[in-house]
Ligand binder design. Structure first.
Ligand code: NAP
Length: 253
C-alpha cells in the first residue's frame, strides 16, 4: 500500500545541528517515522534526545564542531559502529552572519562557508561511500534556503553558501543516482528559529517579510516534518537533484 512507502522503519538517519530549530523537528519527525537517529552537534541535544526517546527509537549523540572537517570521518565511523548502518543524511547545520558586503570580514566568510557548504560536501562524500559499501542506496537531504534562489541583502557568505548547496545537490545527484542514492534539498522560507531572531526583532523588516508570504504566517520547524519524511522515503525514489521550497508561497510571488 502506498503509505507503506513513507515508512522509515529500520532506517538510521544522521542529522547535523539538531539540538534546536529545524534540525530538531526533522530528527523527531524521522524518529516518529521509524528511524534511529545519529545526532551531530556541538552542544548537548538534550531536548531532542528526550523527544526521540519518547518514540522508542535509539538516539546516538556525537559532539563536534562542524566548522572543521578533520573529525568527519571518525564521526561517521562511530555512527556505523554503533548503529550497524546508515541510510539517510540530513545536512542541516548552518549559520548566518549579517553585515554590509562593503564591511564583510574574511572570518564571517570562512565561518559560514565552512559549515554551510564545505562540511556539507565532505560529510555527503563520506555518507555516499558508506551507502555504496552497504549496497542498498541512501538519501541525502541538504538544507538550502530562499537565498539559494534569491540574492538577499547583508548576507554575502550565506547567499554564496546556500546557492552552492542547490548547485551541489544537483551535481551530486547526477553522480550518485546510479548507486540508488537520492540527493535532494529542502529550501525553508522564513521560519521561526534562532537563525531569524535578528530579522524578527527588526519590526519593519519583519512586517515586510510577513506581508510577502502568501500563507500569511512565518514558517515553523513543524512545517519541515512532512517534507523531510517524504524525501527520506521510498516514495521519493525517483526524485533526484531537486530543491523543494517549503516557504508558504514566498517564491511563487
Ligand atoms: P538554528 O536554530 O540556528 O540551528 C542551526 C543549527 O546548526 C544549530 O544546531 C547549530 O548549533 C548548528 N551549527 C551551526 N554552526 C555549527 C558548527 N560549527 N558546528 C556544529 N553545529 C553547528 O537555525 P535553523 O533555522 O534551525 O537552521 C537550520 C538550517 O536551516 C540551517 O542550515 C539554516 O541555514 C537553514 N535555514 C533556516 C531558515 C530559517 O528561516 N530559520 C531558512 C532557510 C534555511 P548551535 O545551536 O550550537 O549553534
Amino acid at each position: 500500500m502506498i503509505l507503506d512507502d513513507f515508512s522509515l522503519q529500520e532506517k538510521v538517519a544522521v542529522v547535523t545541528g539538531c539540538n534546536t530549530g529545524l534540525g530538531k523537528s526533522m530528527a523527531v519527525a524521522l524518529a516518529q517515522a521509524g528511524c534511529d537517529i545519529v545526532a551531530i552537534n556541538r552542544r548537548d541535544p538534550a531536548d531532542t534526545a528526550a523527544e526521540v526517546g519518547a518514540t522508542g527509537r535509539r538516539f546516538l549523540s556525537l559532539q563536534a564542531d562542524l566548522g572543521r572537517q578533520d573529525r568527519l570521518s571518525s564521526l561517521l565511523e562511530r555512527a556505523v559502529e554503533e548503529m550497524g548502518h546508515i541510510d539517510i543524511l540530513v545536512n542541516n547545520a548552518g549559520l548566518i552572519r549579517r553585515e554590509d558586503a562593503l564591511n564583510f570580514s574574511e572570518q564571517d566568510w570562512d565561518d559560514v562557508m565552512n559549515v554551510n557548504i564545505k562540511t556539507l560536501f565532505f560529510l555527503s562524500q563520506l555518507a555516499a561511500r558508506q551507502f555504496i559499501k552497504q549496497g542498498s542506496g541512501g538519501k541525502i537531504i541538504n538544507i538550502a534556503s530562499m537565498l539559494s534562489f534569491q540574492g538577499g541583502v547583508r548576507v554575502p557568505s550565506y547567499t554564496a553558501s546556500k546557492s552552492a548547496v542547490m548547485g551541489l545537490t544537483r551535481q551530486l545527484a547526477n553522480e550518485w543516482a546510479k548507486y540508488g542514492i537520492n540527493v535532494n534539498a529542502l529550501a525553508p522560507g522564513y521560519m521561526v528559529t534562532n537563525n531569524t531572531e535578528q530579522l524578527r526583532s527588526d519590526e519593519e523588516r519583519s512586517a515586510e517579510i510577513l506581508a510577502r508570504i502568501p500563507a500569511g504566517r512565518w514558517g515553523t520547524p513543524q512545517d519541515l516534518m512532512g517534507p523531510v519524511i517524504f524525501l527520506a522515503s521510498k516514495a521519493a525514489d525517483y526524485i533526484n537533484g531537486y530543491t523543494l521550497a517549503v516557504d508558504g508561497g514566498w517564491l511563487a510571488r
